[in-house]
Design a binder for this molecule. Sequence first.
Ligand SMILES: *Cc1c(COP(=O)(O)O)cnc(C)c1O
Length: 330
Amino acid sequence: MGLLTLDDIEKAQQTIHSAIQKTPIMPSAILSHITEGNVSLKLENLQTTGSFKLRGATNAVLSLSAEQRSAGIVGVSTGNHGRGLAYAAKNANVKCVICMSELVPENKVQAIKAQGADVRIVGRSQDEAQIEVDRLVNEKKMTTLPPFDHPDIIAGQGTLGLEIVEQLPEVQTVLVPVSGGGLISGTALALKTINPDIRIIGVSMEKGAAMFESQKAGKPVQVPETPTLADSLGGGIGLANEYTFQMVKDLVDELIVVNEAEIAQAIHHAYWEEKLVIEGAGSVGIAALLSGKVSSPGHCVLVISGSNIDMKLHKRIIDGENVNVALDQG
Ligand SMILES: *Cc1c(COP(=O)(O)O)cnc(C)c1O
């Protein structure tokens, strides 16, 4: 690896600290009881824009050259990265275009438009939206800031790891939601450099777990994109992945998957037992613990990565309805 170090993450923390929230860590009595451990929740659902994505986005935008800033930025996103980029760009007075697929829920599209970004809806997958990004890069000389496979993004997400050890120095196990792997790569780099004994576990949804399947195959592979309650975990890791595939291979101890029923149960638990409104992607750590997939967690931190869920969908889940998003979307 040798590309990114703890130093880069510490620099990112200096760069972004005044633009982001230092989110609280909250102990969970009930999850501690169920697992016979000491479980705490790192509440990135309370981050500005509703997810940790603002960390990487802010670090990347503030690291642009003057020339790059004046041409503007363009990104492809399932929602939260776009929202983070739009917010970070507006804060820095930089023009921002966000391209996304038709699968992205309407509430997330509206949230990005509300941040003042120019939204373009293209195709049925993140890969198709990427074609429009490439055009803007070539023709308008805009800078593309991808959602995970970029050193400034990974370093920004890694600031979460610094906060976790600072807030809970005795931490032994950290559960991190995984899609493209930017969050877990940065967080694991920070934590493992500070204390190599900290166990890092990545959690994805069973349907379309691109990083999980890629690590199993020993190289980046494509998986079919299907509707899931954890919509922020959708999308591939990129067949030409440069950073996160290798970092996950080197730094992550285990990757596990949870199914749709377990994700729904975790959203339900978060609301009724922890009094938290969280999205599917943010709930997969809770799902992993409730389904008994993590043995002896000890002092354990679950990264609750985001809150951006459609509130009508959320209401159905907390009312106990058996929700099937694949059928909803026909
Ligand atoms: C993007 C995102 C993830 C996954 O992050 P990666 O860096 O792509 O692995 C997890 N949870 C939420 C809420 C997200 O928006």
